[in-house]
Ligand binder design. Structure first.
Ligand code: CAA
Length: 257
């Protein structure tokens, strides 16, 4: 399918999606959100894809939901259209998604990055939830996910004032996993994605499922879930291959079985 607001490429076992509305700083309008969902669903179904990288431009990962598109809405339209909900497809994807963020990640842009499994930030990245300046609250998970990432005090300050956080502060606060010089961001993100895509796909997917479970349940339930999944690994040929390769002192050849 052709896309107007994103670019979609396969780089070996890695699916690369680039947000591409440069004139609007990659603002997330309904067309872009629809295309993003379609591209992600296609990569999820594609057996050859083991990891996905989502990125934007040098200036903006995404400057938020499209304010010009939302401005004329009233409550009934926002509710009936279920404004923003289609973006949730990002967090439902079962394969790992790395957000490679340079420039602005504001509002829905910051929320989109947080829906991914981890964030690699360029040293130019700026994160924020400026919705309060527009007379609304974050609507794509910002009040919930940002709080889990950086704790209540900082999340509250960010959401109540709309101030931006630079990459260094974002790393210090646990919002991003690493900061990388802007020129190397995409190459590094693809390298990390390649590494993940070389592992056993069912094991990668179950790792993601298990880490995500820690957000949704108690520690005891989470540990029980992890233990069941860990035991189930022994039904996989890839477990036998991985452990045999270690004892044979060779590189494992995973077959995703
Ligand atoms: N929606 C629609 N258009 C946007 C946009 C957005 N979120 N962000 C930027 N644009 C557009 C601008 O209107 C401008 O278009 P025109 O040339 O047609 O005027 C173009 O992108 C370039 O933007 P600027 O001229 O403003 O660029 P700048 O470098 O001076 O400033 C910026 C950059 C600080 C990011 C500024 O654009 C800005 O503040 N953007 C809005 C950020 C924001 O409030 N995001 C939250 C949106 S609400 C939301 O996301 C709700 C939710 O939780 C789901």
């Amino acid at each position: 399918m052709g896309y107007d607001n994103i670019r979609v490429e396969k780089r070996g076992k890695v699916g690369l999606i680039t947000l591409d509305r440069p004139k609007a700083l990659n603002a997330l309008n309904s067309a872009l959100i629809g295309e993003l969902g379609t591209a992600l669903d296609a990569f999820e179904k594609d057996e050859r894809i083991g990891c996905i990288v989502l990125t934007g431009s040098e200036k903006a990962f995404a400057a938020g939901a499209d304010i010009k598109e939302m401005q004329p809405h009233d409550f009934a339209k926002a509710y009936i259209d279920d404004l923003i909900t289609p973006l949730d497809r990002v967090s439902r994807n079962r394969k790992p998604i790395i957000a490679a963020v340079a420039g602005y990640a504001l509002g829905g842009g910051c929320e989109l990055a947080m829906m991914c499994d981890f964030i690699l930030a360029a040293d130019t990245a700026k994160f924020g939830q400026p919705e309060i300046t527009l007379g609304v609250i974050p609507g794509a998970g910002g009040t919930q996910r940002l709080t889990r990432f950086v704790g209540k005090s900082k999340a509250m300050e960010m959401c109540l004032t709309g101030r931006m956080m630079d990459a260094e502060e974002a790393e210090r606060s646990g919002l991003v996993s690493r900061v990388i010089p802007a020129n190397d961001l995409l190459e590094e993100a693809l390298k990390v994605a390649d590494k993940i895509a070389d592992f056993s796909l069912p094991v990668v997917m179950m790792t993601k499922e298990s880490v995500d479970r820690s957000y949704e349940t108690t520690l005891a339930e989470g540990i029980r879930f992890e233990r069941r999944v860990f035991h189930a690994m022994f039904a996989l040929e890839d477990q036998n291959e991985g452990m045999t390769a270690f004892t044979d002192k060779r590189k494992p050849q995973f077959t995703n079985k």
